[in-house]
Design a protein around this ligand. Structure first.
Ligand code: ADP
Ligand code: MG
Length: 604
């Protein structure tokens, strides 16, 4: 037989790599902004058209590239930032993989203009689908202008997968804010469809935060500063009174790079212990510097997750520092600095000896608690099988060793046959857990589950939609019609599709698959109600209100009998939620009675 193995042609390899690096316009924005910063720019402009779908252009005044480098920069694994493997452990730049430009050029029309300050002339390169179309000398300003047009033009499936302009713009603004917050000394400009969105002058950190989040932020900020051998922390937390109902203004930067860390978040939140209302989230802008050889930022292609060498120490220090500052600024009533800091970690080892193994943050970037849930046409049903191993662990803690997770999994499988739930007064579900019992408010619990499910399907995934056999025409007042019209795109991302808008009616031809036809009217009415109650906030879309409203309307109500299987599924689905303890409106869902408390009741 003849040989059949071939090397993939470069443009195919680049397209495949692009899938990893570029998920949406915001990914391109992140890569280009980071390149501009690596090039030493002091002024960076970002121009967008149609949420970046038509154009993303980044203009910088950095060091530019030579003609050869300009051409090289589009080759895969072409980077000026590392020369040997050891350099990886001592990175001071954002980039290092040398994949971004090659990937972007594989899936868009790209035009690069660049000039080094010492040269007379610059270079202009046009490239599309990895093919160089032209390269010439031009006169251009010092620095680099990179224009990315028609993203995913050659991968229609990816292009169609993009969300509405509102959603994609939100993602871009998130990236932009992160970069701008990480570099307050750099001036940034953001224009979208020729409108100025941000004009940020070079400034200090406090000014930058205020420039992005508004003047009101100024009085809320409590400074944080701490320096030790292994860690420097600086930045701000917002006073507890200004904590948010929604998560959002929570930023960690490690060595000037935005990161996500549920572990460090836990440290900060626990420093606010007793100061926050139920369900409130503290805002924070925290900048950690650690020696670059003690972290590994290379564990995720989009590079927002970091592995630290001394996680536990960082945790304790961060918690203590935040606590201390809150105390100094007189916002914490009681403080105890002398407590044993080993108690400050969120571990819950069930008495097992795990001292030798390194704890692992169980963050799976692709984790999607909804993926396996079956979308229901019925009002109340849960999927038959849920990941049983996750619920208890999510409740007590989200951080465990891998072995422990394994152990739990087996424990649960054995336990399952005997595990029982009971419904009480058609209102609560009682379930036993290893450490005691939990009482769960059935309606609020279901609200939480539906809320997260809706939010996920609206903002992250393609929403599941069902086409109606016969379109439904519903009457509304003209002002209500106007509101529905303004949130049309958002409703569409939730799975609605509309046929005709008149002055006093709307015809609906598709609805989210988790909604029944008979509920369309009430769902929209409730939503209009909730939107009217909302404080208008131009910066946010109505997604959150929408998800809350839908969840509230569709959740199983108090007074409904549910079967044992449904009870179990309710419990399991609840504990797969990101925030199982509070309802979307901030009410408490769960009451736990530990064995010790039970014993106390009976004096046994
Ligand atoms: P990486 O940033 O990981 O090195 P990229 O594909 O993002 O990989 O960029 C490849 C190379 O192109 C960079 O290493 C850098 O030398 C050069 N480059 C990219 N953007 C710019 C820019 N705006 N200014 C100067 N050089 C740039
Ligand atoms: Mg780069």
């Amino acid at each position: 037989m003849s040989d059949i193995i071939q090397l993939l042609p470069d443009h195919v390899a680049n397209q495949i790599a692009a899938g990893e690096v570029v998920q949406r316009p915001a990914s391109v924005v992140k890569e280009l902004l980071e390149n501009a910063i690596d090039a030493g720019a002091t002024n960076i402009k970002l121009l967008l058209k149609d949420a970046g779908k038509t154009l993303i252009q980044v203009i910088d005044d950095g060091k530019g590239m030579s003609a050869t480098d300009a051409r090289m920069s589009f080759e895969r694994h072409a980077t000026s930032k590392i020369k040997k493997a050891e350099d990886l452990f001592n990175l001071h730049t954002k980039g290092f993989r040398g994949e971004a430009l090659a990937s972007i050029a594989a899936i868009a029309h790209v035009e690069l203009k660049t000039k080094e300050p010492k040269e007379e002339l610059g270079t202009c390169i046009k490239i599309a689908g990895s093919k160089v179309i032209s390269q010439e000398f031009i006169s251009t300003a010092n620095g680099t202008v990179l224009a990315v047009k028609n993203l995913f033009y050659n991968i229609p499936a990816r292009r169609n997968f993009l969300k509405s302009d509102t959603v994609e713009t939100r993602h871009i603004i998130d990236e932009f804010q992160r970069v701008a917050l990480a570099h307050p000394n750099i001036a940034f400009l953001l224009h979208h469809n020729n409108n100025e969105v941000y004009h940020l002058k070079s400034s200090n950190l406090r000014q930058r935060i205020v420039a992005i989040f508004g003047n009101k932020m100024n009085e809320k900020l409590v400074p944080i500063d701490e320096k030790t051998d292994i860690l420097t922390i600086h930045g701000f937390v917002a006073k507890p009174a200004f904590s948010k109902r929604k998560r959002g203004e929570q930023f960690f930067f490690v060595n000037d790079r935005f990161i996500k860390s549920s572990y460090l978040n836990h440290a900060v939140v626990s420093a606010f212990d007793g100061l926050l209302e139920q369900g409130a989230h503290p805002s924070y802008f925290l900048y950690l510097s650690v020696p670059s050889n003690t972290i590994d930022i290379n564990i995720h292609p989009t590079k927002t997750e970091v592995k630290f060498d001394n996680e536990k120490a960082l945790y304790a220090m961060l918690r203590a520092t935040v606590k201390h500052s809150l105390g100094q600024y007189n916002v914490a009533p009681v403080l105890d600095f002398n407590r044993d800091s080993s108690l400050d970690t969120p571990y819950h080892f069930n008495g097992k000896s795990t001292a030798a193994s390194t704890p692992k943050i169980s963050v799976d970037p692709n984790f999607n608690p909804f993926k396996e849930k079956i979308k229901q046409g019925k009002d109340f049903q849960f999927k038959k099988e849920v990941k049983n191993e996750s619920w208890e662990s999510l409740y007590t803690t989200s951080i465990e060793t891998e072995q422990e997770q394994q152990a739990k999994l087996f424990e649960h499988q054995e336990e399952e046959k005997t595990q029982k739930t009971f419904q009480i007064q058609k209102k609560y579900v009682l379930s036993s857990i290893k450490s005691g019992v939990v009482l769960i408010h059935q309606s609020l619990a279901h609200q939480r589950i539906l809320y997260e499910e809706f939010l996920e399907s609206i903002t992250v995934k393609d929403a599941n939609s069902q086409q109606l056999l016969f379109p439904v025409k519903i009457s509304f007042s003209s002002s209500e019609i106007e509101i529905i019209y303004t949130i049309k795109t958002e409703l569409e991302s939730a799975g609605f599709s509309f046929d005709e808008f008149t002055k006093d009616s709307v015809t609906i031809k598709g609805i989210p698959s988790s909604v029944t036809e008979s509920k369309i009217g009430i769902i929209l009415e409730e939503l209009l109600n909730d939107i009217n109650l909302e404080v208008p906030d131009a910066n946010y879309s109505h997604f959150d209100t929408m998800a809350k409203s839908f969840a509230k309307t569709l959740c199983i109500k108090t007074g409904t009998t549910i079967t044992e299987k449904e009870q179990e599924n309710l419990v399991n689905n609840l504990f797969s939620c990101k925030e199982p303890t509070t309802s979307p409106s901030g009410k408490s869902i769960i009451k736990t009675l530990k064995s010790a408390e039970l014993d106390k009741i009976f004096n046994s």
